[in-house]
Ligand binder design. Structure first.
Ligand SMILES: C[S@@+](CC[C@H](N)C(=O)[O-])C[C@H]1O[C@@H](n2cnc3c(N)ncnc32)[C@H](O)[C@@H]1O
Length: 272
């Protein structure tokens, strides 16, 4: 077996997650590469009010949350905090773990907002059971030590509290030799089975886990000149595409046909 065969059998097959078994030094290097990588892609000039995924988040995640109040919410990699806007009337205060110094808001309408730097090791500087809600949308795939970070989410969310996680569940290409336009150097999706296992092992009970972000959706959006993820009807179209291509789901695609599949999963889970 060549080194490539071994790598493909272990990581591109989706059996193990690239990065999750890294040494502390490898994790530090990855963290440093990603710290400002999303800001460097051009998002630093954006803001919370310009957030473009509300339809997707409502359709695949937030509608599965209970209608209760959340005294203290945690955003993991929430950048400007725009993803919280649909929930804002039910939240008293928000803390955001965000490595970038350029992806930060000064406030979020009237809700107090505090930023905290994450650590490469993944330890979160919060007491156990601090939060009633944690939101982590499109972030874990930028992080090497995913299992550790999800474990920490399980520790800092109080029993009965909730988590919403949406992540790519496809490889996003062969990340070893990549400088792909529009992607950061290190990002890679997380195999669905491994992501759900990490959430369960962290003490959460999964209440909903749905495929979303079909690979066809952005193409249809370009034809219609619409961001389909921004509205509920657009997200419903995406959901239909994701469901109808779910049979073709695989972690790593070798050809165009295999790429016809949902690319992400949204999980809503309650802390036991
Ligand atoms: C694709 S963006 C998603 C931002 C936001 N959640 C959204 O949905 O628009 C990825 C975010 O993860 C942040 N990030 C990267 N490494 C991180 C880490 N180790 N811990 C927390 N956030 C991280 C990035 O700075 C960026 O804000």
């Amino acid at each position: 077996m060549t080194a490539m065969d071994t790598f493909a059998a272990r990581y591109l097959s989706g059996d193990a997650l690239w990065g999750d078994d890294f040494t502390p030094q490898q994790i530090e290097e990855w963290f440093a590469d990603e710290r400002e990588a999303y800001a460097d892609l051009g998002s630093a000039s954006s803001c919370a009010e310009a957030y473009g995924y509300h339809g997707l988040n409502l359709q695949s995640g937030y509608r599965h949350l209970p209608g209760r109040r959340f005294a203290h919410a945690l955003g993991v990699g929430s950048a400007f905090g725009g993803e919280f806007l649909p929930l804002l009337e039910r939240i008293d205060k928000i803390t955001i773990l965000e490595p970038s110094s350029r992806l930060r808001s000064t406030d979020l309408r009237s809700v107090p907002l505090r930023y905290v730097d994450p650590s490469p090791a993944g330890d979160m500087p919060f007491e156990t059971d601090t939060f009633e809600l944690a939101v982590c949308l499109g972030v874990l795939h930028h992080i090497p030590n995913v299992t550790k970070v999800v474990q920490e989410m399980g520790r800092v969310v109080a029993p009965g509290g909730w988590v919403v996680i949406r992540e790519p569940v496809i490889s996003m290409g062969d990340w070893r030799s990549r400088q792909h336009p529009g992607l950061t150097k290190r990002e890679r999706g997380i195999p669905r089975r491994l992501l759900e296992a990490a959430v369960r092992d962290a003490g959460f009970s999964i209440q909903s886990s749905v495929f979303c972000a079909a690979t066809l959706t952005p193409r249809i959006g370009r034809v219609l000149r619409r961001n389909l993820y921004g509205t509920r009807w657009g997200a419903a179209v995406d959901r239909a595409l994701a469901v109808s291509t779910a049979w073709n789901y695989r972690y790593h695609a070798d050809n165009l046909w295999q790429k016809l599949r949902p690319s992400a999963v949204c999980i809503v889970a309650q802390r036991q």
